[in-house]
Design a binder for this molecule. Sequence first.
Ligand code: NAG
Ligand code: NAG
Ligand code: NAG
Length: 345
Amino acid sequence: MLSNILLSSAAFIALALATPIHHSNPAAKTVVQLPAGSWLESLAVRSNGNILSTSLFGSTASLYTVVQPAFHAKNSAEVLTIVPGVQSLLGITEVPNYNGKETFFMVGGNFTSLSPLATIAGSFKGFKVTFSSHGKVHVEKVSNLTPDAAFANGVTAIPGSPGSVLVTDSLLATVGRLELSTGHYDSKAFVFPEMAAPEGSPLPVGVSAVRVRGSYLYFGNAARASIYRVKIDSKGYLSKGARPELVANISSVAPGLDDFVFDAEGNIVLATNSPENAVVHVDVSTGKSKLLIGGPTDPTVPSSTAVGFGRDLLDTHTIYVSTGRNLTDPSSGAKIVAVDTRLLK
Ligand SMILES: *[C@@H]1O[C@H](CO)[C@@H](O)[C@H](O)[C@H]1NC(C)=O
Ligand SMILES: *[C@@H]1O[C@H](CO)[C@@H](O)[C@H](O)[C@H]1NC(C)=O
Ligand SMILES: *[C@@H]1O[C@H](CO)[C@@H](O)[C@H](O)[C@H]1NC(C)=O
């Protein structure tokens, strides 16, 4: 009798777990919600704790800021600046130790459609964003990249070469290198078959995100749902003869991926975008990946685009996630969601 009850309650629990859970995860909190049709593409956290986030759709080339979300129960996304010459903004990254000023770099360009993906070749540009000691923002175009730039997307700085940044082109399947001081752009600094989408991919988005860590350049290929790394020297140039090696194939967890960062342990946390709508953790030593939050039918982070750890005293355990929107729900808009990793099991 007792064992029967135990058995049936065990069966009931199993059933309850098998049904998708649609209510919000207690580890996640929406920091800001933007209007219908909006799409945030990238995010960077400033050393003062403020979030910067770039708009791809819904408001012309807007760079948003959220002031110290860790210290406020209610937050708003303020337009910090509107960037001239482009309609959309994409990747943004901090450029450390450059020019004695707090500096970021971002790319922008023009899209005619998100789904199916259609861009205006040659519309892409790179911008330097600096903050004065009084916090005043200044945006300056530093490069037109290359006339055949088709989808400048993810960006990152090279720590050993202050003022040098890398730019992925997800359609050309290349990573370019830009010197902020001179504007010189080598559009083919890194070109490997591993950066391309496989032949016949429904969404031909190859290399989308890049980060430098130790003596490697790590890059994510969206259509291959894989992260690779290739050896570089201390200035961020390809080591002679080096070839990419696979770090992780996340296809068992998500069919694609977008921007990623390294966590305090040196592992990868990434946004999956649609259709997985999730944040995933990748153990770089084993290549094993696991879902942290979200899922195909989970409304927490629809079309998650980028992630960044908090930098305030109170939020170093928080992953901030920028999102696009629910692609099948026209009333949905972008958001920034705070995920407290201490509340994730
Ligand atoms: C991109 O859009 C901007 C803003 O609307 C416009 O000024 C620019 O001419 C466009 N660029 C191209 C190459 O179409
Ligand atoms: C990733 O794994 C999937 C499933 O096993 C496989 O089909 C695909 O070819 C793998 N991709 C890479 C880049 O290894
Ligand atoms: C997106 O919206 C559709 C239609 O409202 C809904 O059925 C679906 O569950 C939503 N997906 C997510 C990830 O919220």
